[in-house]
Design a protein around this ligand. Structure first.
Ligand code: SAM
Length: 242
């Protein structure tokens, strides 16, 4: 996995949702600061601004029958085209769906290299599949269907927040000390290049509720500490596979 993120321009993240308020956490913490410092740009678009009629409806009954409603293709296409028309770069369209490829750290690094990501947050039974098909045919778009795990959420907004947080922290200038990204779970590599999770961490006091910090961490012996951490990392990773 390449840990280098090289970007030619300021990355832009667009999110389309019928609940724009759900994306409020994007103004907080490190992501909020990165926006304030103009390291990244984020814009949230209300899908209903692209819907027609008095009720600005964005859904309809499913062809073939069945429970629930499906999000109509046209408001999605209008919103996506409008956002894309404002930037000349290639667009990565991310359609959140539990039927997509499972998100992981490798994907986070790939997405952190892109200039423009557009997140389509589905609701109800999801988005008319022709939206995926339509943009797959366009040379200006790369379409990815992504799931954040094998469970079903009510909408794609929380999944978007998860992905954005994992991606944005990899962008140069977002995290104060970029070295901290190298020693993390899923970025650490073992002797055979296998992905490892991080070793356990401890801070002061050295004794707490009858529990001692492992003595090696107080020894000042950097070689021993590195060896202990590597062993713990491997043991923890192995345990996860049990
Ligand atoms: N009927 C769909 C199915 O069974 O695959 C589930 C639709 S779900 C209730 C509504 C929306 O939530 C989806 O369109 C998607 O945007 C989002 N969503 C739900 N679970 C998700 C997951 N695990 N990963 C990413 N997005 C998810």
């Amino acid at each position: 996995m390449s840990l280098e993120v090289n970007l030619l321009s300021k990355p832009r993240f667009d999110v389309i949702s019928i609940f724009p308020e759900y994306l409020a956490p994007l103004s907080l913490s490190l992501v909020g600061k990165a926006r304030e410092n103009e390291v990244i740009e984020i814009a949230v678009t209300d899908l209903r601004d692209f819907a027609e009629g008095v009720h600005r409806s964005v859904d309809d009954t499913p062809y073939g029958g069945g429970a629930g409603m499906v999000m109509s293709a046209e408001p999605w296409a209008k919103a996506i085209d409008s956002i894309a028309s404002e930037r000349s770069s290639h667009h990565e369209l991310i359609i959140l769906t539990p039927a997509g490829k499972r998100f992981n750290q490798q994907m986070a690094y790939e997405l952190a290299q892109r200039d423009h990501l557009i997140f389509a947050c589905g609701r109800y039974e999801g988005i008319d599949y022709r939206v995926t098909e339509h943009y797959r045919e366009s040379p200006d778009f790369t379409v990815r269907e992504i799931s954040i795990g094998d469970y079903v959420l009510n909408g794609g907004e929380v999944a978007t927040l998860v992905i954005l947080e994992a991606v944005i922290r990899l962008i140069p200038g977002v995290i104060g000390n970029p070295a901290s990204l190298e020693e993390e779970s899923h970025s650490l590599l073992g002797e055979n290049e296998e992905q490892l999770v991080e070793y356990p961490s401890f801070t002061k006091p050295a004794q707490w509720r009858g529990l001692d910090v492992p003595a090696v961490l107080l020894s000042g012996n950097h070689g021993e500490i590195a060896r202990w951490r590597a062993e713990e990392s491997m043991a923890r990773t192995k345990k996860l596979a049990e």
